[in-house]
Write a protein that binds this ligand. Structure first.
Ligand SMILES: CC(C)(COP(=O)(O)OP(=O)(O)OC[C@H]1O[C@@H](n2cnc3c(N)ncnc32)[C@H](O)[C@@H]1OP(=O)(O)O)[C@@H](O)C(=O)NCCC(=O)NCCS
Length: 409
């Protein structure tokens, strides 16, 4: 069988996802992705005419993210009209899934040069549905009364016994690691600056981190999801907290521990990874950095929603014939601190192997764009530490997980 080789990847900086505050918030998401695609082209020097698809993850799919943002951004980038683009949605795992599908096209022998990309401008939120994740489907809601993710994260902490100090300690570690990585220039290899249409620089560094965060500074923050948890939406009979208690009767109440300092940051950004078959790479002088060893997806109970990274990682390891100890570095999306703490506890991964450059709590989680960003960050870090293998996993809406194992070549 052929291999799916990672040639290279780039990402935009993550801009704060607040309208008129974030440095990327005035730039159309198609433009942000288009600049990332051209940044990748300039870095690698490939011919976009040969790109057989730009598989793009996006979670919004409405408003400025509407239609097929993969194709629209490719056209906006000025790439040949013969280069197609497609957009997919697996909630937060969309971008990671895009890389997986790009790899699968190559592994199937159907394609030779494909981009796996992602984009999300969270400063331009989608029009919200009245009940969020079920998209107003009352029949589905009766079976699965899906609740906001922050409350699911608090439910995980309650069930697992993670205290407010545990999740705050994790939040501080994310900030400290991100601060050190930025100071040492560890993100530079994959970062491309983003410009306004008039050529003015918009952003060339991650905008979300708060260096100097301490346990004491986080202790002062109020839980973000407490009021939301107690609220009974119009037309409903139960609050989200009550739904949690009904489904998980072993808890007395949901203990709300997550806040702005231990939850992923709301940000704007885009990312892209170039994948090639070995034949194409050698014929065109492209030097691969890594190969995709295995990918997997998993589904778990959708109300608690955020528990599938562990099962996805376990499937991925099993199918690859590998064990946790065979992995040098883990990159587990910091959707919320409790998600990573649960992953670590269930799989037995030590602190020094996981999210060593900081993660989405410090840097932000631009939903559809995060997957390729995590792959790039951990690949840059594998090279810096001269190590070989990494496992990347994410939780997603609807109770799913995505996982990828990569190996340097
Ligand atoms: C938790 C959440 C609701 C907080 O939103 P927010 O209140 O708008 O968060 P902000 O980043 O603006 O921070 C609010 C305040 O908290 C404080 N704060 C945030 N981070 C801090 C830190 N590390 N140290 C100290 N104070 C901090 C600041 O006072 C800040 O206000 P300021 O920006 O005016 O200084 C939001 O980040 C969130 O929803 N995150 C999860 C996103 C998500 O669900 N993604 C999908 C996951 S699967």
């Amino acid at each position: 069988m052929t291999e799916a080789l990672i040639i290279d990847g780039v990402r935009s900086p993550r801009g704060r996802g607040k309208k008129e505050v974030g440095a990327l918030s005035t730039i159309h998401p198609q433009r942000v992705l288009a600049q990332v695609l051209n940044g990748l082209k300039d870095k690698v020097g490939f011919d976009p005419t040969d790109v057989e698809d730009v598989v793009t993850g996006n979670n919004s799919n409405t408003g400025d993210h509407a239609h097929d943002i993969g194709r629209l951004a490719t056209l906006d980038a000025g790439w040949p009209i013969s280069t197609p683009g497609v957009t997919l949605n697996r909630f937060c795992g969309s971008g990671q899934q895009a890389v997986t599908f790009a790899a699968m096209g190559i592994l199937a022998g159907h394609q030779d040069l494909v981009i796996g990309a992602g984009v999300e401008s969270m400063s331009r939120p989608s029009p919200s549905n009245t009940d969020g994740f079920t998209a107003n489907n009352a029949h589905l809601y009766e079976q699965y009364p899906l609740i906001p993710q922050g409350i699911s994260a608090d439910l995980i902490a309650t069930l697992e016994g993670f205290s407010r100090e545990d999740v705050d300690r994790y939040g501080v570690m994310s900030q400290e690691r991100a601060e050190a990585s930025i100071e040492e220039g560890r993100f530079k290899n994959s970062l491309v600056p983003i410009y306004h249409d008039d050529g003015q620089l918009a952003l060339d560094h991650d905008e979300h981190p708060r260096p100097g965060t301490t346990l004491e500074s986080l202790a002062g923050l109020n839980p973000s999801f407490e009021k939301m948890g107690a609220w009974v939406p119009e037309g409903r009979t139960r609050s989200a907290d009550q739904i949690c208690k009904d489904l998980y009767p072993q808890i007395d109440k949901v203990i709300h521990v997550h806040h702005a300092g231990n939850s992923s940051g709301v940000v704007d950004g885009a990312s892209a990874i170039l994948l090639a078959s070995p034949d194409y790479a050698s014929a065109h002088g492209l030097k691969p950095r890594a190969r995709i060893v295995m990918t997997a997806t998993a589904g778990t109970e959708p109300v608690i929603m955020l528990t599938a990274p562990g099962p996805a990682a376990e499937i991925c390891l099993r199918k690859a014939g590998m064990k946790v100890d065979d992995i040098d570095l883990f990159e587990i999306n910091e959707a919320f601190a409790s998600v990573v703490l649960k992953f670590q506890k269930d799989l037995g991964v030590p602190d020094e192997k996981i999210n060593v450059c900081g993660g989405a709590i410090a840097l932000g989680h631009p939903i559809g764009a995060t997957g390729p960003m995590l792959i790039q960050t951990v690949l840059d870090e594998l090279e810096r530490q001269d190590k070989s293998t990494a496992l990347i996993a994410m939780c997603t809406g609807g109770g799913m997980g995505t996982a990828t194992i990569i190996e340097r070549v």
